[in-house]
Write a protein that binds this ligand. Structure first.
Ligand code: PHE
Length: 338
């Protein structure tokens, strides 16, 4: 065979193979084209190689050299086409630097309010208070009646409460609890004294959201009932609680201001001083004898104190958060700071 004829068949082969690889649109059709051209036994390249034997002896080195070049070209064209299509197992075929650091997984953490709640449970647990829970949908008895809040009391105003649209609305209204004091009643109804509990949970009031109000917030309720409990016990427990939470015995002060709640007598507002500013924490007082009677306790036998503090306020004061809404906007850039 003349050299020129052999070289022409090589060029032709390269051209066709390149076109076949380039037009393959799946890894299956590319594989078929690969077998067609580069198949070891009867591929076209192999066939052309066999023609090499018929080339004149003197031309063999030139023909052989060109054959190898063309074969390399065809293999390169296949590699390029393979990369473009993807083989379905790139992990294996693509270069991969195993020394690269892995992509870090973003690990979340507890919401600041949850952290506050856990810390409070810890502290009160060490003071001997057991954490209990109550339902967020409450009835009239537990949210009002048993807490000495009579039918005519303004605290029952529909404008101040989330009443649920139930069928028996008039006789037995249901509402989203407006205070965790409901849990005092539930516990005392089911446990003979002494009682020493806290309850931490959500409460709901139809307030327009602003920097210091939100229609849902959390309270920590405390209740201690025993023989001979006094206001001094109440103040000691609240002072220990605040000092443990904010740290440092001489840096935290608690003061009481006279107040009124239907379910405590006497009643106080609790303020706390930390780092120079007084802050209102919530309400407290000695459990009203009417409440003790409502749950079947004898006010001549036992007395007790109760308190209800705002969890958000304490958390915000601790971290210097100035807008309660930030706690509930779920902005990770804010939340990940705590
Ligand atoms: N329940 C009252 C409130 O939500 C707080 C409180 C609790 C007051 C217990 C006295 C005793 O404002």
């Amino acid at each position: 065979m003349a050299l020129s004829e052999f070289l022409a068949s090589l060029d032709n082969l390269a051209e066709q193979a390149r076109a076949a690889f380039a037009s393959a649109d799946s890894s299956e059709s590319l594989e078929a084209a690969r077998i067609d051209y580069l198949g070891a036994k009867s591929g076209q390249v192999r066939k052309v190689q066999q023609g090499l034997g018929k080339v004149d002896k003197a031309d063999k080195p030139t023909a052989g050299k060109r054959f190898n070049e063309v074969k390399n070209l065809i293999e390169a064209a296949l590699a390029e086409a393979t990369q473009q299509i993807g083989t379905g197992n790139e992990e294996i075929t693509e270069p991969f630097d195993v020394t690269l650091p892995g992509r870090p997984t973003r690990v979340g953490h507890l919401h600041p309010i949850t952290q506050t709640i856990r810390e409070m449970k810890d502290i009160m647990g060490r003071l001997g208070f057991t954490a209990v829970e109550g339902p967020e949908i409450e009835d009239d008895w537990h949210n009002f009646e048993a807490l000495n809040i009579p039918l005519s009391h303004p605290a029952r105003d529909p404008l101040d409460n989330f009443y649920l649209a139930t069928a028996e609305k008039l006789e037995k209204p249901l509402l989203l609890r407006s205070q965790t004091s409901t849990v005092q009643i539930r516990v005392m109804e089911n446990t003979p004294p002494p009682v020493r509990i806290i309850s931490l949970g959500r409460v709901y009031r139809p307030d327009t959201a602003d920097a210091t109000h939100y229609p849902m917030f959390h309270q920590i309720e405390g209740l201690l009932i025993d023989r001979g409990v006094t206001m001094a016990d109440l103040k000691s427990v609240l002072r220990l609680f605040c000092q443990s939470y904010f740290g440092g015995e001489d840096k935290v002060h608690v003061r009481f201001r006279p107040s009124f709640f239907p379910f405590t007598e006497p009643s106080v507002e609790v303020d706390m001083n930390w780092q120079g500013g007084w802050m209102e924490m919530g309400g407290a007082g000695m459990v009203d004898p009417n409440v003790l009677r409502a749950v079947g306790y004898d006010p001549e036998e036992v007395t007790g104190f109760a308190f209800g503090l705002g969890v958000e306020r304490i958390c915000m004061r601790q971290h210097g958060i100035t807008d309660i809404r930030a706690l509930y906007q779920n902005d990770v850039r804010f939340l990940e700071q705590f």
